[in-house]
Ligand binder design. Sequence first.
Ligand code: ZN
Length: 205
Amino acid sequence: MNFSSKILEEAVHQVSQLPGIGKRTALRLVLHLMRQPEQQTDALSKALTDMRHDLKFCKKCHNVSDTDFCEICASHNRDHTLVCVVEDVRDVMAIENTSQYRGLYHVLGGKISPMDGIGPQDLKVSSLVNRVKNDEVKEIIFALSPTIEGDTTNFYIFKQLGDLPVSTSTIARGIAVGDELEFADEVTLGRSILQRIPYETSVKS
Ligand SMILES: [Zn+2]
């Protein structure tokens, strides 16, 4: 790509560093930004700079936060005895969107994956164990993806919790709402049968 301006070339280069954005798309986006009012591009630059410099991670659950402790951990309306363990910040957002959970979270920052070179020491496991030891945690809910890596991570944490007085549970795995039974895979269907719930419970939820 031949640019008549170094400034334009640099802007396109930077945008093209984003995942899934090629040079052509980057050029289209940059040209779009050029046509926007200056105020708007300034606001975009500021939002990105603020995000990079000022965004913090909650000292308790490692969720993103503007303050030392995130809004969820700081809230008195949440159940501080329940901690839901998730892989990353997107999972917190997904569960919050359901409006079904009133406990706290613990963001691990990934899952154990030897293929990707991620071991237990790369995850926030010890701080979770410390929370169980020092806070009023009564139940840990594993909400990692139902994959080999997710299961390995759950099991590792379960072992680390040892004899600590805390109960552990895992989110239900089964047929998705709206799915046809005949198209479900055997593992999912099998689990759904084994982990069946009382009909009354299913009507309430
Ligand atoms: Zn927090």
